[in-house]
Design a protein around this ligand. Structure first.
Ligand code: HEC
Length: 187
């Protein structure tokens, strides 16, 4: 090979290497790539994590309308929430982008926008985790109340963009054509 051809070939090799990197090849699924082997378990894990964050938030939300008490408990809850929110964004491998807008009960409520704006999603998770961490280090009733509002706002900031908005079940035609009389045995 001439020296020029060697140079051209190695340049092309570099271009291809760069391209294949840009195409973001998926890992092939060795042990531990649970997003590939068990995507539905990953979805179930993040939903469970969110539901328990909600349970821990209950006493924290309460202090915005009631007197602040059990301040140690409030701080402990906030600390647990901070750890949960630090883990949260790692439970969204692209294989779990499975939202189905047609489904009555979609298996995930996580919107595809997450993977189109993963940077924002990741930053919102970190911001929410910091808000929880900050509350866990807060003393004073007024200060705790303010910290609890910031924490709740940080949950909502992510949900507004990336969680399917709540939709009341639609009334089906069969619902209002339902024959009550025949069921109740009336003539
Ligand atoms: C960075 C984004 C983000 C943050 C921050 C966040 N969530 Fe979520 N949350 C989600 C997504 C995405 C889902 C949908 C998960 C799915 O269905 O796969 C969700 C779902 C939920 C659900 C519904 C779970 C279910 O399966 O029905 C609850 C409840 C919830 N979150 C509570 C919270 C609370 C409380 C906080 C704050 C302490 C919080 N979330 C912070 C993104 C977030």
């Amino acid at each position: 090979m001439s020296r020029i051809r060697v140079a051209v070939v190695s340049f092309m090799a570099l271009v291809f290497a760069a391209m294949s990197h840009a195409a973001d090849p998926a890992p092939t699924g060795g042990p531990g790539w649970t997003g590939i082997t068990n995507p539905e378990d990953v979805i179930a894990a993040r939903q469970e994590l969110m539901e328990h964050a909600e349970l821990l938030m209950e006493p924290i939300d309460t202090i915005t309308v009631e007197e602040v008490k059990n301040t140690d408990q409030l701080r402990t809850n906030a600390e647990a929430i901070a750890a949960m929110l630090a883990a949260l964004p790692h439970l969204f491998p692209p294989t779990t982008n499975l939202f189905d807008p047609q489904a009555q009960e979609p298996k995930t409520l996580a919107l595809p926008a997450i993977w189109q704006n993963f940077d924002s999603f990741y930053k919102l998770a970190a911001a929410a985790s910091s808000a929880a961490e900050a509350m866990s280090e807060t003393h004073g009733k007024q200060q705790l109340r303010a910290a609890s509002l910031r924490l709740r706002a940080s949950c909502e900031a992510c949900h507004t963009l990336f969680l399917r908005p709540y939709k009341a079940p639609e009334v089906q035609k069969s619902d209002y054509e339902f024959d009550f009389e025949s069921v109740l045995g009336e003539k």
